[in-house]
Design a protein around this ligand. Structure first.
Ligand code: UD1
Length: 423
């Protein structure tokens, strides 16, 4: 696995018009959850199409610290084997690397009756509580206590099925409780479950491992616990946020991109909004063609749970709208602090103001190259998109955030005609 360091910068030469073909990588949020699910069995779980991104590296390190074997196979797939897992406490320095790490809790608790972890890390995008994870475990019979900074969950006699109501349809909360429920005694019903495609894909993976999860894609999941799960081989779905980022880049630069391996069928909100903004889009199976000839039109949108427009596309969409004619209004409905990108886009000349969880973008404004920071993975994508159309050179600091979620990003951009160097 590649080693990545904090910091890092991109030097981006503006004025690019993206043309060509780009192949989408495996989905970060599906891969991370699927890796945690490997803790549920003694047998090999082989995951194909796992992206080579730093969030996968840090979760791999965490699983290895618990006793798992994790390694790439010659065909690029990730092989995980958790038969020797004997540590049930996630080391704090590894848990703080990304949000998905907390999803080791559900499988460890279900299989070993004990799990401990500090609260998870990840992007600084507002309060990111874990109450629905913990109350789900408690409702299934676990005791959860606080020991310093760590949460300790115990279920020495195993978990039992029950009705779990999620106060909020949390993606990782649903995944965590769902994983725990696969090995609980009896039926667990998760009410107000998240319906994100990555949740559905995790359920499909676990069903392939012998779990009995019903109601996939609905807000009510029913899970009949089984005694044990077995290994499987499964393919990680393509990343819908990476797809969105490249599609937005095509529209923003007036380019013409063929996007291969796009996750057909889960992009309605994005494609609808991009068409509204003036994009031409054709869909042919898992191939999208996205281009723009006329001006970019202002649009308004809300970032919502699936099937609404993904909050992870909020900042990239805002970058696009700096180039739209008119006023666009954005409402963030998922996180309470997704606005980190606003200050950085303003440094580049954008007319954008934010109040609370809303932003108002006026355009089109010519952007100019300057020095900006990638403040989180998606805020980083927003400044990168802005840099593509800026006059002159933009230096983006802290691009290690982009490494968390975008595989081989500079290589892909080079292939589409972008002048970008990393140093
Ligand atoms: C996941 C994704 C992230 C995406 C987000 C929303 C992973 C690793 N990350 O994050 O990329 O932006 O879904 O699609 O899959 N909440 C609670 N209580 C909880 C948990 C969450 O109130 O116990 C609230 C949060 O404050 C937030 C909202 O739920 O307002 C969404 O959070 P959640 O769905 O949990 O996001 P993550 O799973 O962390």
């Amino acid at each position: 696995m590649s080693t990545r360091v904090r910091g890092g910068k991109y030097v981006v030469h503006g004025g690019a018009v993206l043309r060509g073909r780009v192949v989408i990588s495996g989905a970060k949020n599906h891969a991370l959850a699927a890796m945690c699910a490997a803790l549920l069995t003694n047998e090999d779980v082989i995951l194909e199409n796992v992206p080579d991104i730093s969030d996968v590296d840090s979760l791999s390190a965490l699983l290895v610290s618990l006793g798992a074997e994790v390694g790439r196979l010659p065909n690029g797939a990730l092989r995980l084997n958790c038969r020797n897992v004997s540590m049930f406490e996630a080391p704090t320095e590894l848990i703080s690397e990304n949000r998905a790490s907390f999803q080791v809790m559900g499988p460890l608790l279900a299989r070993h009756g004990y799990a401990a972890s500090a609260p998870p890390g990840g992007d600084v995008i507002g309060q990111r509580p874990i109450d629905v994870h913990l109350s789900g475990f408690e409702e299934m019979g676990a005791s959860v206590t606080r020991d310093g900074e760590r949460f300790v969950a115990r279920a020495p006699h195993g978990l039992h099925g029950t009705r779990v109501f999620m106060d909020y349809p949390s993606v990782s909360g649903t995944q965590n409780v769902m994983m725990a429920a696969t090995l609980a005694k009896g039926r667990t019903t998760i009410v107000n479950a998240a319906t994100e495609p990555e949740v559905q894909e995790l359920a499909l993976l676990m069903n392939a491992m012998g779990a009995r999860i019903h109601g996939l894609g609905s807000q009510m999941l029913e899970i009949d616990g089984v005694d044990a799960l077995h290994g499987t081989t499964s393919r990680i779905m393509p990343d819908r946020i990476e797809t969105g980022t490249f599609a937005i880049a095509a529209v923003m630069t007036g380019g013409d991109l063929v996007i291969e391996d796009a996750p057909a069928g889960v992009l309605d909100a994005l494609l609808n909004k991009l068409r509204g903004a003036g994009a031409s889009i054709t869909e042919d199976g898992d191939r999208l063609r996205v281009w723009r000839e006329g001006p970019i039109r202002s649009i308004s949108f809300q970032a919502l749970p699936y099937p609404g427009l993904a909050t992870d596309l909020h900042a990239p969409m805002a970058a696009l709208l700096t180039q739209a004619t008119g006023v666009s209004i954005i409402h963030e409905r998922v996180f309470d602090n997704r606005m980190l990108y606003v200050s950085e886009l303003r440094k580049m000349g954008a007319e954008i103001v934010s109040t609370g969880s809303s932003a108002i973008v006026s355009g089109p404004t010519p952007l100019h190259g300057t020095r900006v920071r990638a403040l989180d993975v998606r805020a980083g994508a927003a400044v990168l998109l802005a840099a593509l159309v800026a006059q002159g050179t933009t230096i983006i600091d802290d691009v290690y955030h982009l490494d968390r979620g975008y595989e081989r990003l500079t290589e892909k951009l080079h292939g589409l005609g972008v002048e970008v160097e990393r140093n």
